[in-house]
Design a protein around this ligand. Structure first.
Ligand code: NAG
Ligand code: NAG
Ligand code: NAG
Length: 420
């Protein structure tokens, strides 16, 4: 059974773009971006080049510029890169990366930053284009791979991102972006985020992530973001966070998320702070052998506390979850630890059947109001101390289905990670 049909078998009938506020992706077709092909080989680049960066920058500056209708083209083949590029203010343009680029410098920043683009498409036509970050050579001390900054009406698709020294793909603010068909393989260590996204009206779908940090994570501020068909395959798992002062997140939906061996099936994480997370739904989750399951932790110890009394969480619904954690007594399959200074309200779990591989589990709640788990209080009210309850196996629980391609463990941190 394919991953898609497995997840499709759990799919609820719902509108295709439930949480989006409008169309996403480039406003004009790819064909309208091909009146001018800006091939890096005509701007000083060569297949096998030791630094393709300057040719990419030159092709952008001299050929794509800011007029509409051009494609920056890196033909198939291998390239090294040691000069990072910032491609700014393009409109009506495409970046066709059929070649495969390997990082060779340890400078920080972003290997490829696309800034203030509008009507933009970044893709590989042969599904073989992408970047090898060789992060094992400079762990957490090198560049991010791709960052899309303050851009509108864009897509990023069919690219392979391997072993970034830091994060793989960051969508920083902007609006109406679409990210899909991405294969991301990072190392089994923190600081290796797959996709981090914030902004307005973005759609992230059909993404596979191996790493040991964020799988696909929404950060603040964010509104109208839909994340679906995500495979966190030996990953840190997906999250909303980390959240602190001035958080503003609403109208977010995650659905059809499969997590094998992650740190969590899903986590909302903060530590004190202020602002809100509201109108969020999590639908159709399958997970197995994760450390935590459904996890709200507003005293997340890995984060420096914000100055406010807590980020207010409200109107958050979890539906149709099936999964097990490794040890449900040590780390609960369901934990709702809300800020005493801003109790959570409207946290509703429907048909959430999280359990433990050890066949024993507890659930924990603190200052949480809503329904669907024994330790939560109904209605609304003030802070209450942490309640830990032993639960029995949920009635609806069935051992979560595994996938043929599941990895038994993550990729090594000190050796090259193969390109898929
Ligand atoms: C993005 O596209 C929408 C139409 O889909 C348009 O209304 C908006 O102005 C575009 N953004 C920019 C910055 O042109
Ligand atoms: C938990 O899930 C795994 C699949 O990863 C399965 O092999 C195991 O039997 C499950 N454990 C329980 C107690 O259901
Ligand atoms: C897990 O990752 C491996 C290696 O990237 C891949 O071959 C396999 O298809 C993935 N499995 C799933 C279920 O995503």
């Amino acid at each position: 059974m394919s991953i898609k049909s497995l997840l499709a078998s759990l799919l609820l009938i719902s509108a295709a773009s439930a949480q989006l506020s409008g169309s996403v992706g480039p406003t004009t077709p790819l064909s309208s971006k091909q009146s001018l092909i800006c091939n890096v080989l005509n701007y000083g680049g060569q297949v096998g080049s030791s630094d393709i960066g300057p040719a990419i920058q030159k092709a952008f500056d001299e050929c794509v510029t800011t007029k509409a209708g051009a494609t920056l083209y890196v033909p198939a083949g291998n390239y090294n890169m040691q000069t990072w590029v910032t491609l700014k203010d393009g409109r009506g343009w495409a970046f066709r990366l059929d070649g495969f680029i390997t990082r060779t410098s340890t400078s920080g920043g972003n290997m490829i930053a696309i800034q203030s683009a509008n009507d933009f498409e970044f893709y590989s036509a042969n599904s073989a284009g992408g970047i090898q970050g060789a992060g094992y050579q400079c762990r957490n001390a090198g560049p991010r791979l791709i960052r899309i900054v303050q851009s509108t009406n864009f897509s990023v698709h069919d690219l392979i991102l391997v072993d970034s020294p830091e994060f793989h793909l960051v969508i920083e603010a902007g609006s109406s972006g679409e990210v899909y068909n991405m294969a991301i393989r990072g190392a089994n260590i923190g600081g290796s985020d797959g996709v981090d996204v914030w902004g307005t009206n973005h759609w992230i779908h059909d993404v596979e992530v191996t790493n040991r940090d964020e799988c696909v994570t929404v950060k603040s501020p964010a509104s109208n973001i839909l994340v679906e068909r995500i495979w966190c395959n030996q990953s840190g798992g997906s999250a909303i966070g980390s959240l602190s002062d001035g958080t503003a997140i609403q109208n977010i939906q995650y659905r059809n998320v499969y997590t094998n061996g992650g740190n969590q099936a899903f986590m909302i994480k903060s530590n004190h702070g202020s602002g809100y997370v509201r109108s969020v739904t999590f639908e159709n989750f399958i997970s197995h052998d994760t450390a935590y399951g459904l996890n709200i932790d507003q005293y997340w110890s890995s984060q420096t506390p914000g100055s406010g009394a807590g980020v207010a969480l409200s109107d958050i619904t979890f539906s149709n979850w099936d999964g097990n954690v490794s040890d449900g007594v040590a780390r609960p399959p369901i934990q709702l630890i809300c800020a005493d200074g801003a109790p959570c309200t409207g946290i509703n779990l429907n048909n959430v059947n999280m359990w433990s591989k050890t066949d024993k589990a507890v659930v924990k709640c603190e200052s949480a109001y809503g329904s669907g788990v024994s330790c939560i209080k109904s209605g609304s009210g003030g802070a209450y101390a942490k309640v830990t309850q032993t639960i029995s196996r949920p009635g609806g629980y069935s051992t979560p289905t595994t996938m043929a391609g599941d990895l038994a463990s993550g990729f090594a941190t000190n050796a090259a990670i193969p390109t898929p």
